[in-house]
Design a protein around this ligand. Structure first.
Ligand SMILES: C[S@@+](CC[C@H](N)C(=O)[O-])C[C@H]1O[C@@H](n2cnc3c(N)ncnc32)[C@H](O)[C@@H]1O
Length: 256
């Protein structure tokens, strides 16, 4: 977005000249535009965000579409956005697919305040680490798990834009030495929570996909990647591998 466009949004948001001057000064000093406005446009949704929470990225529209596609045509599908933040993916699915049961989980209570505003009243929000707060009754019943886990390698934190580095929680951004700590958590958890015909969808960087697909425990899944237009983002799709199902995302390597 050009500076002129940002200025116009701040002008419309400010109650008067003093507030506008304050907002402009803070934006110039590096505060994210979305924190100042209190919202982010995500596809056709205007999502609530606020200070100190991760702002959904436009690249995650790819994951949102994959989650919508995976839930469509499955009446009563159970959809869980793990590592949900303000719950952009769950909100997009709830707004697009009729009759889904939507759940969202995150460790950050302040982000979940916004998730509550963004999601329909019947969506369930779970506050906890990883899948700890997800009700046991969902074990083996989740049809779509979608996640944007923190996936920046620790060493790359300093390369992030100041808006992220200085104004979003570090635990929302970095995911260990290779950025894949939480991806491994998700793949492990999918074995417990996914239904037999369910799909796990994880956003990551294209450079991480091969390592993810080759990791421990992956032979339980058919895995493929959906590439974004930016040349950087991919959504890794995992489906339980069931002998004889016949439909595969890709050929599995020979055993041994
Ligand atoms: C990259 S942000 C993505 C948020 C949201 N899905 C989005 O796209 O806007 C990652 C999220 O993971 C959450 N998180 C980090 N560590 C976590 C953990 N151990 N358990 C649960 N959530 C965690 C952060 O609070 C943050 O909201």
């Amino acid at each position: 977005m050009f500076a002129e466009d940002e200025a116009e949004l701040l002008r419309r948001h400010a109650a008067g000249a003093d507030e506008l001057a304050d907002l402009c000064a803070r934006r110039i000093a590096g505060e994210p535009l979305e924190h100042l406005l209190g919202w982010v446009q995500f596809g056709n949704l205007r999502l609530s965000v606020g200070f100190g929470v991760f702002v959904p990225r436009q690249r995650s529209l790819l994951l949102a579409q994959e989650a919508i596609d995976a839930a469509t045509g499955r009446p009563g599908a159970v959809v869980l956005e793990a590592f949900c933040g303000v719950a952009p993916i769950a909100s997009a699915v709830a707004a697009t697919v009729d009759g889904v049961q939507v759940h969202a989980a995150d460790i950050a209570a302040d982000a979940l305040v916004h998730a509550r505003r963004n999601l329909p009243d019947d969506a369930q929000i779970h506050h906890g680490t990883g899948f700890d707060a997800v009700p046991e009754s969902l074990a083996g019943r989740v049809d779509v798990i979608a996640a944007v886990p923190p996936y920046v390698p620790d060493h790359a934190f300093g390369l992030l834009a100041p808006e992220a580095r200085d104004h979003e929680p570090r635990r929302a951004l970095t995911g260990g030495v290779d950025g894949l700590d939480h991806v491994d958590t998700l793949v492990d958890a999918a074995q417990t929570w996914l239904s037999d015909t369910g799909t796990l969808l994880i956003e990551m960087n294209v450079a991480q996909f091969d390592a993810v697909a080759a990791g421990d425990g992956r032979r339980a899944f058919d895995i493929d990647a959906v590439a974004g237009d930016d040349g950087q983002t991919v959504v890794a799709r995992f489906r339980r591998w069931l002998p004889g199902r016949g439909v595969r995302f890709r050929e599995r390597p020979a055993a041994g």
